[in-house]
Design a protein around this ligand. Sequence first.
Ligand code: NAD
Length: 368
Amino acid sequence: MTETKSYKIAWLPGDGIGPEVTREALRVLDAVASAHDFAFTAEEHPMGGAALDETGVPFPDDTRAACRESDAVLLGAVGGPKWDDTTGDQRPESGLLALRKALGVYANLRPVRVPEALASASPLRPDRVGGTDLLFVRELTGGIYFGTPEGRTDDGARSTMVYTEAEIERIAHVAFQRAQRRDGHVTSVDKANVLEVSKLWREVVTRVGEEHYPDVTLRHLYVDNAAMQVVRDPQQFDVVLTGNLFGDILSDLAAALPGSLGLLPSASVGGTVGLFEPVHGSAPDIAGADTANPIGTLLSAALLLDELGEPGAADAVRHGVDATLNAGFRTADLAADDEDAASTSTFGHEVATRAAEHAQKNTSASLP
Ligand code: NAD
């Protein structure tokens, strides 16, 4: 008999709606675990403003150590008006950068999926966005946000965009490998008609593709055209590979497609331990009301399962979300004026029930 695998998850609820939405993600993980023959422990650790209040810093050493010793980190969100006056490394948000650095993650993965059931919630026409399913692979630790020299000069200011070949190569590998598991298409975004860094980006991405991934098709788009295409025809994309700056802007643009910030998950990978969190912030305006949309966090939990090598359980979670939407449940951000809104906890419960049923059915179907 094989031993049940057990994963250690560092649970950082953080601030605002973070505790509410991550609690539902743990509920859903729990619902699919036994059918897929794994167990997990979720140890809670302070992070962000909550950690600042409790320990005097937003990313305490104990939290750092626990994250590094875990198999995956599940984060809610950090920050809020209570800590708006903090500065420098006392800011809750600075804890996030320190966390990414501590884990060594350099690839940010942001899937943007518009389920057919939600196509009418999009600001774009339903026939344009329905069925959109794309994945941003954004380089997270280089580019203009980290390049030097940087700062004020005698007569102005400067920022420097820098990428080494090695940095471009490693993120290109991530994008091509993700495309192999999806529809086999990579769109690499740059500004090679103007920027020297982008010319190198294009050369290196092309070389990595030709040498290692002949089964994946590659095309290059200038970032201005890419922005237009994301809005005009988002269904054309499979994997979108970008540097740090362009990915920051384009992935937020694409985040508008499904119609609510609450729907989008993310994963940051490539280091020792992966970090999984919804794209939204701590939403202080609705914190504690049990009205937040947990879908972004539930889908982050699905990404976490994918990275742990539990794709069947990840599919069960995604199925649970889709089936709950198809059954008509909507949290307040998605409910029409004449519709009753489901609470965060009700929505999480409904997803957990459907995900568990799906997990049971599929695992028993595959028994000899
Ligand atoms: P936000 O994402 O918290 O909220 C923007 C709007 O979207 C609000 O109206 C909010 O109610 C709504 N919203 C967000 N998530 C939702 C959900 N799951 N369900 C329903 N509605 C949702 O952005 P903000 O208001 O600009 O920032 C609030 C705080 O969060 C700030 O302190 C900011 O620094 C922080 N922040 C943290 C992160 C992070 O932890 N990764 C990211 C962005 C912002």
